[in-house]
Design a binder for this molecule. Structure first.
Ligand SMILES: CC(C)(COP(=O)(O)OP(=O)(O)OC[C@H]1O[C@@H](n2cnc3c(N)ncnc32)[C@H](O)[C@@H]1OP(=O)(O)O)[C@@H](O)C(=O)NCCC(=O)NCCS
Length: 263
């Protein structure tokens, strides 16, 4: 047992590494290796307990859903560009991770906070109340020109990952009140602003599911980072293998629109 009253400056209850033994939340890493999946051990590390079969499957599905989304995303462009400037794989991947903000991947945190602010502690609320809440939230967003994190998409009018994740969540019994609220908000946007196309995006969907799984909203961005790191390693490695250093934007992709020569 760790010393709860320890006065040492650096303390942790995550992992101990003593006498040649590494214990993750008390589980010997030697016994986890080869017996537990990466998603299972991530759950253990982040939540402190071993997941149930369904929790492990759900977390794994979340990781798969945001592992990569192609070369054109801000994180992929940034990671490849940092590498192209002559930097290492780790610097390039870190550069990609730094792009993860409110508009890209990072919306999970804000979206989960929004859902948890409305429902936390009242997870058994009735469907009618969820619909009312969704209506109020959308009315308020439209009236005050607020962007609700977890809605809208640059490319998709229906985010295909969301549909699939919601199906998996339903099959694994994670379609609780947070998921219901997330879907009710998207439905309300459809009614109030059909022309705007504000679907529940993958960030919002993950935010609702992790809330139903009992995770703190502050871990939201962490799930995306864990999953997308693999995608970024793949993108940067491909850049390394295929491309010459020093990428520049092609002339047809940029222009100068400032003052003409004047001095
Ligand atoms: C993802 C996102 C950047 C895509 O933006 P976009 O398709 O280029 O949309 P625009 O920024 O042009 O916005 C179009 C209109 O929809 C509104 N809108 C866009 N996203 C909105 C949201 N999440 N909630 C409420 N209104 C939203 C804008 O205010 C704008 O309204 P206006 O025409 O009255 O000015 C945007 O929807 C957003 O900021 N979403 C919230 C953050 C998020 O969930 N990011 C994760 C993406 S996977």
């Amino acid at each position: 047992m760790s010393e709860i009253n320890s006065q040492k400056e650096w303390r942790t209850a995550v992992t101990s590494n003593q006498d040649g033994k590494i214990l993750i939340r008390g589980y010997n890493l030697d016994n986890l290796i080869g017996n537990k999946s990466y998603a299972e051990v991530c759950f253990l590390l982040l939540k402190g307990e071993m997941p149930t079969v369904n929790e492990a499957k759900m977390l794994d599905a979340i990781f798969v859903s945001c592992i990569d989304a192609g070369i054109a995303t801000p994180s992929s462009v940034a990671a490849r560009t940092v590498f192209s400037g002559g930097n290492s794989l780790n610097a390039a991947v870190a550069g990609g991770i730094l792009t993860l903000g409110d508009a890209h991947g990072g919306a999970i945190e804000k979206s989960a906070k929004m859902f948890q602010d409305y429902i936390k502690g009242r997870e058994d609320i009735k469907d009618e109340y969820i619909k009312e809440t969704a209506k109020d939230m959308v009315d308020d967003a439209l009236k005050n020109k607020k962007r609700l994190p977890g809605y809208g998409h640059k490319l998709h009018t229906v985010d295909p990952r969301t549909k699939r994740l919601l199906d998996v969540a339903g099959d694994l019994n994670f379609g609780g009140s947070y998921v219901n609220l997330a879907v009710a908000i998207a439905d309300e946007f459809k009614v109030k602003k059909p022309e705007r196309k504000l679907p529940l995006n993958v960030d919002g969907c993950i935010a609702a599911i992790i809330s139903d799984m009992g995770f703190d909203y502050r871990l939201g961005k962490g799930f995306f980072i864990i999953a997308r790191s693999c995608g970024l390693v793949g993108q940067v490695f491909e850049e390394w293998m295929r491309e010459k250093p020093f990428r520049r934007l092609a002339p047809n992709l940029h222009e100068y629109d400032g003052m003409p020569e004047r001095g």
